[in-house]
Structures are given as C-alpha cells and as structure tokens.
Design a protein around this ligand. Structure first.
Ligand SMILES: NC(=O)c1ccc[n+]([C@@H]2O[C@H](COP(=O)([O-])OP(=O)(O)OC[C@H]3O[C@@H](n4cnc5c(N)ncnc54)[C@H](O)[C@@H]3O)[C@@H](O)[C@H]2O)c1
Length: 322
C-alpha cells in the first residue's frame, strides 16, 4: 500500500465499524481516518485513531479531509439503505448520488483510489433471478437501486474518462454481530440471530420462500480489501463485481438455528414494502468474474456463519451486552 492515508466514510455503520478496525490493524491506526455523520462512534473506533463528523453531500467537508490527511484511498460507505430510501427517496438521492459525486470529484483532483459498494439492489424484476450474471439487465424499482445503478455507471465514467481507480462490489445482505444494520431489506437475517438468542423466537418481515444472497461480515471486510489491493491490470469491471457468500430463504436460516436452539420458533408478519424490494432482487448471483479476476473465495457458508453468530451473540447475552 502506498504511503498515503485511507479515508473511510460511513465508518460508524454496519460495515464501516468493522472494516475501519481491520484497515487500522493492517495499515496502522493513524493512517486510517474514520468519518461519520451524526451517530456517535464506538469507544473502540473513536479511541483507536482519527475520527471526524462530515456530510458527504457537502463537497467541502469531503475535500477538507482528503487535503488535511493526504488521502490516497477512500472507502466510501456512507449511504442511505433500501428500506430507509423508500421512506425518504429524496434523501437517498441526495446522499447516495451527491455523496458519491463529491467523492469521485475529489478523487479526480487528488488522485485517490475509491472503493464503492454497490448492491444486489442494483438489479430489478426484469433481471434473471437465478445465477444472476455479472453483465445483465439492471432496471431496479427502488430509489436505492436507482442510485446504485447510477453509482456503478458513475464509477465506470470516472475510470474511463479521468483514470480514477474506481473499484466496487455488488454486496448481498451482510450479516454481522457488532453494529446493527442500517435499514435494509436483508436485515431480517441479522435480527433473527439476535432474537433467537434473546427470546427464542422471531417474527420475520419477509415471507417464506424469499431467497436472497447473503454474506458474513468477515468475508465482506476481506472482499473489500482484497479488491482494493488486487492487480489493476486484472480488473475487467470498474463499476462493481457480483460477490456472494451464500443464498437462503427464512426457513433455511431458521432450520439452521434450530440445530443449536431446538425450541426456536419463527412466524411471519410480512412488510409489503420490503417484500416488494426482496421480490425484485436475485435469488442467487453468479460471482465467477470476481473469483477469476481477483481471487474472491468466501470462507463462510450458512452452517459456519450460524455457529459463529450464535457463539458470539450468546457470549454477549451472557455478559449482559444484548
Ligand atoms: N449492509 C448491507 O447488507 C449492504 C448490502 C449491500 C450494499 N451495502 C452498501 O454498503 C455501504 C455501507 O452499508 P452499511 O450497511 O454499513 O450502512 P449503514 O446504514 O449501517 O451505514 C451507513 C452510514 O452512512 C452514514 N451516512 C448517512 N448519510 C450520510 C451523510 N450525508 N454523510 C456522511 N455519512 C452519512 C450513516 O450515518 C451510517 O452510519 C452502503 O453503500 C450500502 O448501500 C450494504
């Protein structure tokens, strides 16, 4: 890695809180500048290195960070997620598009490399749902999806036109046990573990049979860093690569939990907004391009992830942290 520093936007969020700490472990605490919007950072994040509040939709606050800290790489995680975006589409547009535009512009001016997560939300009802190809129809029906497709195109544009080193991943639902998710459609797959540990039962907001791609946080974090350290000559895609760790529906995850908590019960109270979003997303993605180009190789499947999630959350519960 070059001698320049790393800036993380959205570092207080579900992915940022864990990715930032891993970047600090790898590259040194003072070389990774964490930023958030309003949510107070954890003590770990605040005390381990520089932390600032910025608004990514305000170009000057982003530019100031890049200039002050001599930033070489930006992990741009600040965004409004799918369910929140449907409730407030104009905010989703302002943050997701305005923020990305500001990050790409400052990267053009200062020669930064940029990591931008796209999402399975960049697909829509006319996309093939099984083994969804890397290159396929992208006509999403949520504002979140619209911003993710436009964001992918913007990354392509800045790479082709200005030579900005843009790299991205189409993340599936991310499952983790440090920071709760920020209002997405796949949040049920995180909540189900917390509720299983706390109450032995869960009411699922997606219906039975809703299959979606998912990934466990350790794979999410390593995929971002692996992509950013990959040989640029091998990268065929500068918008975003399909990546997935597993694909399951609510019954499958409940059955896996029951192997450890036999009395676990699940019922359904379907949220029509999130169900409509989930129905427009793939059942399972083809991530062979990521495997071929930069060696994507996830470590966790549903079985291994469930063991780890229940162990970590079980300990937290026993310690009174849940
Ligand atoms: N978590 C998932 O399941 C998932 C799946 C696919 C893609 N992604 C993408 O990964 C990225 C990170 O997602 P996450 O799950 O960590 O989201 P999150 O909601 O947990 O965190 C996003 C952070 O962005 C911050 N933010 C919002 N508006 C801001 C603004 N104007 N200025 C600065 N910061 C602002 C929020 O405070 C929040 O902490 C997003 O681009 C998201 O679309 C996430």
């Amino acid at each position: 890695m070059a001698d320049k520093r790393i800036l993380v936007t959205g570092s207080v969020g579900q992915i940022g809180s864990e990715l930032t700490m891993e970047l600090r472990r790898r590259y040194g605490n003072d070389n990774v500048i964490a930023t958030g919007r309003k949510t107070p950072p954890s003590d770990e994040l605040k005390n381990s290195g520089p932390f600032h509040f910025i608004d990514v939709s305000d170009a000057e606050t982003v530019s100031k960070m890049v200039r002050e800290y001599d930033i070489g790489t930006i992990y741009h995680l600040a965004a409004i997620l799918s369910a929140v975006g449907e409730a407030n589409p104009s905010l989703a547009w302002q943050v997701n598009m305005g923020g990305l535009f500001n990050v790409l512009e400052v990267s053009r001016e200062h020669g930064c490399a940029v990591f931008v997560p796209s999402s399975i939300g960049a697909f829509g009802p006319s996309t093939p749902v099984d083994n969804t190809p890397q290159l396929t129809i992208q006509r999403p029906t949520s504002m979140y999806g619209v911003t993710k497709v436009a964001g992918e195109l913007l990354c392509d544009y800045y790479f082709e036109k200005f030579g900005v080193d843009t790299r991205g991943l189409r993340y599936p639902g991310i499952i983790s046990n440090v920071t709760l998710p920020g209002g997405g459609t796949t949040d049920y797959a995180v909540e189900i573990y917390y509720e299983a540990i706390k109450h032995g039962k869960y009411t699922c907001f997606l219906g039975a049979g809703t299959s979606l791609d998912m990934m466990y946080m350790p794979d999410c974090v390593s995929s971002a860093i692996d992509l950013m350290t990959a040989d640029p000559a091998k990268l065929r895609f500068r918008n975003a690569y399909n990546v997935t760790g597993m694909s399951f529906d609510p019954e499958m995850i409940a059955a896996e939990i029951r192997k450890h908590i036999p009395g676990f019960e699940m019922d359904y109270e379907v949220d029509p907004v999130r169900q409509a979003i989930a129905d427009s997303w793939p059942n399972s993605m083809d991530d062979s391009a990521a495997r071929e180009d930069w060696g994507w190789d996830p470590k966790f499947d549903l079985v291994a992830m469930t063991v780890d999630m229940l162990e970590v959350l079980g300990k937290k519960h026993a310690d009174g942290q849940l």
